[in-house]
Design a protein around this ligand. Structure first.
Ligand SMILES: Cc1cc2nc3c(=O)[nH]c(=O)nc-3n(C[C@H](O)[C@H](O)[C@H](O)COP(=O)(O)O)c2cc1C
Length: 347
């Protein structure tokens, strides 16, 4: 069990490394470049009437987009979370909190969570814990307290076996994980999200998660931040390592998990290498209900503060509106149906 100091130091190193481009995938992309939109010359869409408002588990938000879980537990991350909360409030979108492991069974962080809620106003907050904590015996009892004190509306469990495998202090025993997730789903009253952290979720994996009742799959696929890469760098390695590019591209995860809709009612989030408005648009057209970004948001925050995050997201959704206009899609629901093809089909 790591001490609070060790957790803090690790989080600081993650933030430092993720504030650079050094942790990007090297030869594996998120896969969106393989797709093109079907231009529709006879569009009758009024671009000003396009509605992007979306439903996040019963709360209306302005865009099908949220800020991915990133930080928490360190002095720097308190400030980052407050700024992200401010940006998310201005955009009226949900905000994911970084791993709350540091606050499990520990009341010292209640003030931190109160401050985030104050700055965030009424936007949905998403709590977050890793798979390694979920399998611990007293987890559910601690989780119920955490949900109450951190004022969250949904809870995300992150699966990160590739990261743990290459982390010096990593956990490599996840036995009982799916059973633990099923138990959490039964006992917790708020929606349950399961996300990866940049290596993606396969359709088979999603099928098992949906079978036990998970409400949202957030694919967090490959092509953006490589978390095996982050840990390889922490160990003194570099991007020539065999496992640097480990994972399933985001576009592949979205397309294949979307095919499970005929069997389950669930929400699907495309994340992992969502770094532009075009990528957001392609992810939505491939069937995602929501899109989400982590490191690109951190970069916007580092460069231009809270306003930079707001500007970036508004610019991305301006692009989405233009694509919807040019594909003859008056609503997001229509945009998700048959507006995109693999490039080889255009030959
Ligand atoms: C600085 C930083 C810290 C992160 N910490 C967490 C975390 O605590 N919990 C989590 O589920 N994911 C965490 N992630 C992973 C992201 O939520 C996301 O799944 C991953 O980075 C892929 O998205 P991206 O390509 O947009 O960065 C973190 C990402 C970054 C950049």
């Amino acid at each position: 069990m790591p001490t609070q100091n060790e957790l803090t130091k690790r989080k600081e190193e993650h933030l430092r490394l993720c504030s650079s481009e050094a942790v990007a995938f090297k030869n594996l992309s998120s896969g969106f470049e393989h797709y093109s939109f079907i231009h529709y010359a006879l569009t009758e869409v009024d671009i000003d009437s396009i509605e992007l408002k979306s439903d996040f588990f019963g709360t209306e938000v302005n865009y099908p987009f949220f800020i991915s879980c990133m930080t928490g537990g360190t002095a720097d991350s308190v400030n980052i979370n407050l700024k992200l909360a401010g940006a998310a409030r201005r955009l009226n979108i949900p905000l994911g909190l970084g791993s709350q492991r540091y606050a499990l069974g520990n009341n010292n962080f209640n003030d931190h969570f109160n401050r985030i809620r104050e700055v965030a106003g009424d936007i949905p907050l998403i709590g977050n814990i890793g798979a390694a904590q979920v399998v611990e015996p007293d987890f559910i009892e601690n989780l119920e307290k955490l949900i109450e004190t951190s004022h969250i509306q949904a809870f995300a469990i992150h699966l990160n076996p590739a990261q743990e495998l290459f982390q010096k202090e990593g956990e490599t025993n996840f036995s009982g994980l799916l059973t633990a997730i099923a138990r959490i789903k039964k006992s917790v009253k708020i929606p349950l999200i399961v996300k990866e952290t940049g290596a993606g979720i396969s359709a088979q994996c999603a099928d098992e998660l949906l079978w036990v009742g998970v409400d949202m799959i957030d694919v967090a696929g490959a092509g953006g931040t490589s978390w095996s890469g982050v840990e390889i760098l922490r160990n003194g390695g570099d991007n020539s390592h065999d496992f640097w590019d480990w994972g399933l591209p985001t576009a592949y995860c979205v397309r294949t998990i979307n095919e499970l809709r005929h069997r389950y009612d669930f929400a699907l989030t495309a994340s992992g290498g969502i770094n532009s408005g075009m990528e957001v648009a392609k992810a939505l057209a491939l069937g995602a209900d929501f899109t989400s970004s982590a490191r690109r948001v951190l970069r916007a925050l580092n460069e231009k503060g809270e306003a930079g995050v707001v500007e970036m997201a508004e610019d991305w959704f301006d692009t989405v509106r233009k694509v919807m206009f040019l594909t003859g899609s008056p609503t997001l629901d229509e945009f998700r149906m048959g507006k995109i093809v693999r490039k080889e089909e255009l030959i």
